[in-house]
Ligand binder design. Structure first.
Ligand code: NAP
Length: 458
């Protein structure tokens, strides 16, 4: 895959980049190792100040960075500005809370025969981050903010279709005043990830992306015994029970499915509705989906821009065609518009059966699957009949039902009467084929730290 910016709204090539040569890559890894040797000794106050400075740079540059993301992967400019602001928030969050997450933890004394014992958290070294294009700044930042606060050094291998956003990340940390080479972008293809991961100067890796990419990185990391965090795909359920506020649930369902042009790992993808309210919910949901404006992502008022890649749109079309061939009914959308760019309309499909790809595969586009179930048990069983277990959304006012769904739904995250999203304060991640490990919160920071036990004798 070429490392290039191709505008998804027009399909036109904007700028192409050369991948790093083996010698250039080696030089960058060496510089990362050298940067770590001194950066690990900086104080928490120094690092917190640098994170705050990076947040201030983002505040100043929000418009140009947002326009760059829109150009490279087609998210609406409005959403892109929100993403930049969220990145500034996560930087400030770790600047504020990092020191307490990184403080030594006092252990027992006499019971372990010590004068005192404690756990001290130390950074591991250069961490490789393999990142996807869908939230090009946020995905990379939610790795970078805790990692840099912890004293690690970042090496970003971003998706090949967002090279300019990737280069911006490096420039951002440099202009915030971080020491040279503490955060570097590696313009490399996915085939070179193995070289980086096997390099002894690289201590750990995190990957956000598809299952096959995660399997490959996990296998190599297993071979060389390096810690990894994997944030992979999702096929999140959005369950609507009779006691739910249907109007609100339908409005949130639209956002939950169509945000980021339908290309979010935690987008609600399977709408599982109790049959007592299914007709009403279907009507509300269909009308709201049909009312969305699809078009130029830079224009104010556009709800859904183009899909990020031509192959991504073809994949969505193939999954929808397969469902229709096997008897599913398209209630809204389902056909690409004429004209340039990789647009695909908000789509609602019902009558889905187990043999369809749509039943089991993640659709990375604004396609909602609608299912009807007779009761909570059937809703839980359908929600769990998936290889994925990332987020989940449950709509019910019934307290007992809430407890039951939280207990029984197989997912890393459960949102009751709201939609899945990420907050710096809360752990983010999944189970099953959605990956392992957690990002954000204190857990995200501790993922790449050595919790060193210290025992001091009399
Ligand atoms: P992808 O093809 O897996 O790409 C993600 C990153 O992995 C890119 O940098 C890509 O590089 C690299 N990559 C691809 N194959 C690789 C391999 N075999 N070895 C090493 N690196 C490899 O994923 P995508 O299609 O861009 O993104 C969509 C997927 O990401 C969806 O499944 C979505 O659910 C998931 N996602 C998950 C989360 C989460 O937090 N759980 C968040 C966002 C997205 P190239 O671009 O050079 O191929």
């Amino acid at each position: 895959m070429a490392i290039a910016t191709i505008d998804p709204a027009s399909g036109l090539l904007v700028k192409e980049f050369e991948a790093l040569s083996p010698a250039e890559l080696d030089h960058k890894l060496e510089r990362a190792a050298q940067a770590f040797a001194t950066y690990r000794l900086t104080t928490l106050d120094e690092r917190a100040a640098l994170l705050r400075a990076a947040a201030a740079v983002l505040d100043r540059e929000v418009e140009s960075v947002a326009a760059l993301m829109t150009l490279e992967m087609g998210k609406t400019y409005t959403a892109a500005k929100g993403e930049v602001a969220k990145c500034a928030t996560v930087l400030r969050y770790y600047a504020e809370h990092g020191p307490s997450y990184l403080a030594d933890v006092t252990g027992p004394d006499t019971s372990v025969g010590a004068r005192r014992s404690y756990v001290t958290y130390q950074p591991l070294g250069p961490v490789l981050a393999v990142m996807p294009w869908n939230y090009p700044l946020w995905q990379a930042m939610r790795f970078a903010a805790p990692a840099l606060m912890a004293g690690n050094v970042g090496l970003l291998k971003h998706a090949s279709n967002v090279p300019q956003t990737a280069l911006y990340m490096e420039q951002l940390f440099a202009s915030a005043g971080f020491p040279a080479d503490v955060f570097q972008t590696l313009l490399i293809g996915s085939a070179t990830v193995e070289t980086v991961l096997r390099d002894p100067r690289v201590a750990a890796a995190t990957l956000t992306g598809s299952g096959p990419a995660g399997q490959s990185v996990a296998a190599i990391a297993g071979d060389v015994l390096k810690p990894t965090v994997l944030e992979l795909g999702g096929n999140d359920p959005f369950v609507v029970m009779p006691s739910a506020d249907l109007e609100r649930a339908a409005a949130v369902a639209v956002t939950a499915r169509c945000q980021n042009n339908g290309q979010s790992c935690i987008a609600a993808k399977r709408f599982i509705v109790h049959e007592a309210v299914a007709d009403q919910f279907e009507q509300l949901f269909a009308a709201k989906l049909a009312a969305l404006t699809v078009g130029d992502p830079m224009r104010a008022g556009t709800d859904v821009g183009p899909l990020a890649t031509e192959s991504g749109r073809e994949e969505v079309e193939q999954i929808v065609a397969d469902a229709v061939e096997h008897g599913a009914r398209v209630l809204v959308g389902g056909t690409r518009p004429d004209g340039p760019g990789w647009f695909y309309p908000p789509t609602l499909i019902t009558g889905i059966t187990r043999e369809m790809r749509l039943y089991r595969e993640e659709v990375f586009g604004p396609v909602a699957s609608l299912y009807r179930v007779p009761d909570a048990a059937a809703a839980i069983s359908l929600a769990n009949d998936s290889e994925f277990g990332l987020g989940s959304n449950i709509w019910t006012e019934d307290q007992d039902e809430q407890v039951r769904f939280v207990r029984d739904v197989q997912a890393g995250m459960v949102f009751i009467n709201g939609m899945s999203t990420s907050y710096p304060e809360l752990p983010f991640g999944g189970i099953k084929s959605s990956g392992f490990g957690r990002e954000l919160s204190d857990l995200g920071m501790h993922a790449f730290m050595n919790a060193k036990t210290v025992w001091v004798g009399a």
